[in-house]
Write a protein that binds this ligand. Structure first.
Ligand code: UDX
Length: 459
């Protein structure tokens, strides 16, 4: 099928590349010419395992193009994805101006032939109908300014909501191995075309395990599909805040949250995922989506108390490492603290809403010197505009002269560092494990005073 994806941020680029890889003829549109140039040369503007490789093979096979020309994209696609950002406004609401501009641009360029317009951006509930209205506005503006009468195109499109659930760091894997595909809309024709588009993925043609039964496709109305995205993210964020709260209680009573998580996770009603206690959730989705859902509820006169608590537990949790540093070192003024990891999670270069940023700010405020080593940021640090932290090139340089280390991001390679050497290089070998990632016994053996989150149990 001919597909146009507008916006080559995280969601747009991964969607475009993966659809091209599943055999469709895709054009990705972005108004940033520099980025278009980069992508045309086969380079991905984001760090995502496996993405550049697939991108390059699709370019070679000729089933993906990159362009800044929206009109060309709209002409090409029978399915038009809107995948531009909806960043949070200071009050927690989503900023939908980019979606609006794209919808207007689609309207201004629709040119006959039935099209499906797909909302892939995480948009406020009710946006499906709003996008339809904006597209119609775009068409009307063009009709008004056209010298000759244009053909009737107002009824030749439908809007579908198709939320994405991919995780950074495993976005390609998640796209080819989804738990479900959600399609919201009331046009049979549009839903039919979307099912055809996703057929290779539904039939697991590119899945890691092709013998699994087909991926469930859930068809709903527009608003329910939009709500599913928010509810899924809010649920997961709340699940993490829940286990973090349990971890804080474990710390006080002397229990081990990793064992507790195992014990409750074996209950199939609870499930074992997203029960990893630590220094809280961050990234581009959870904080934004939970705030937006609270805001929507507010707009309708409902106070989302549980979600507000999930946010406040998370805000407090982000400073748990600071509390533990103060317990171990007492005064932080004049001390040097080293952070292992900076990104909000491993296998990404994303620092958006990363707990490390709060920690750096607070440590600076208390007069501590902050250093960091991150497998990705240490290579690309300059472009992130980090301040208040000295980014080191390796873990041993980081440890040198530190009074404590804080493991902020659970990068796999932190499993194999030479901790004996690192402990020797430090002033005080204190290890605050903000992700409960390291083995406490091994750390003690390496010479560290080990402090996890909710792991005070004595075996
Ligand atoms: C999330 C959703 O998982 C995905 O479905 C949605 O499309 C976008 O938002 P992402 O933000 O990439 O994906 O990261 P995810 O792996 O879900 O982690 C989010 C945050 O929660 C990270 O800061 C992570 O460190 C934290 N987390 C996750 C925990 O603290 N504990 C856990 O058990 C799991």
């Amino acid at each position: 099928m001919r597909v146009c994806v507008i916006g080559t941020g995280y969601v747009g680029l991964v969607t475009g590349v993966c659809l091209a890889h599943s055999g469709h003829d895709v054009i990705c549109i972005d108004n940033n010419e520099e980025k278009v140039k980069l992508m045309k040369s086969g380079q991905s503007p984001i760090f995502e395992p496996g993405l550049s490789e697939i991108m390059q093979s699709c370019i070679q096979n000729g089933n993906i193009q990159f362009s800044a020309d929206l009109a060309a994209g709209v002409t090409h696609g029978e399915i038009l994805f809107i995948a531009v950002g909806t960043p949070p406004l200071p009050n927690g609401e989503s900023d939908t101006r980019y979606v609006e501009a794209v919808a207007r641009g689609i309207g201004a360029n629709l040119n006959g032939g039935y099209k499906v317009i797909v909302n892939k951006s995480t948009v406020p509930i009710g946006s499906g109908d709003w996008v339809r209205m904006i597209v119609l506005d775009g068409i009307a503006e063009r009709q008004k300014s056209a010298e000759e009468k244009l053909p009737e195109i107002a009824n030749q499109f439908d809007v579908v909501s198709n939320p994405e659930f991919l995780r950074e760091g495993s976005a390609v894997y998640d796209t080819f191995n989804p738990d479900r595909i959600v399609l919201g809309g009331n046009s049979q024709q549009a839903i039919g075309m979307m099912k055809e588009l996703y057929a290779p993925i539904v039939e697991r043609k590119l899945a890691a395990d092709q013998s699994l039964p087909p991926v469930p496709v859930l068809v709903t109305d527009l608003s329910s599909a939009e709500m599913i995205k928010y509810a899924a993210n809010a649920f997961l964020a709340t699940k993490i805040s829940f286990i973090n709260e349990v971890a804080n209680i474990c710390d006080r009573v002397g229990a081990d949250v990793t064992q507790v998580a195992k014990g409750i996770g074996l209950d199939s009603r609870i499930g074992n995922k997203f029960l990893q206690a630590g220094i809280g959730w961050g990234g581009s989705c959870f904080p934004k989506d939970v705030s937006a859902l609270i805001h929507t509820a507010d707009d309708y006169g409902y106070e989302a108390q549980l979600l507000k608590s999930a946010v406040s537990v998370n805000e407090r949790q982000r400073l748990i490492a600071l509390e533990k540093l103060q317990q171990a070192l007492k005064i932080l003024k004049g001390k040097t603290v080293g952070l292992l990891g900076l990104t909000f999670k491993p296998d990404t270069d994303d620092l958006r809403d990363a707990p490390a940023l709060n920690l750096i700010e607070q440590l600076n405020r208390l007069g501590a010197k902050v250093k960091a080593y991150d497998p990705i940021i240490s290579q690309t640090g300059m472009r992130h505009g980090l301040s208040g932290v000295l980014v080191e090139t390796d873990a041993e340089r980081l440890a040198d002269g530190c009074d404590a280390l804080v493991l902020v991001t659970e990068w796999q390679q932190f499993n194999t560092l030479d901790y004996v050497k690192m402990a020797q290089l430090m002033n005080h070998p204190v290890m605050i494990d903000g992700r409960n990632f390291l083995n406490p016994e091994a750390m003690a053996k390496a010479g560290f005073q080990y402090v996890g989150v909710g792991r005070t149990a004595k075996n």
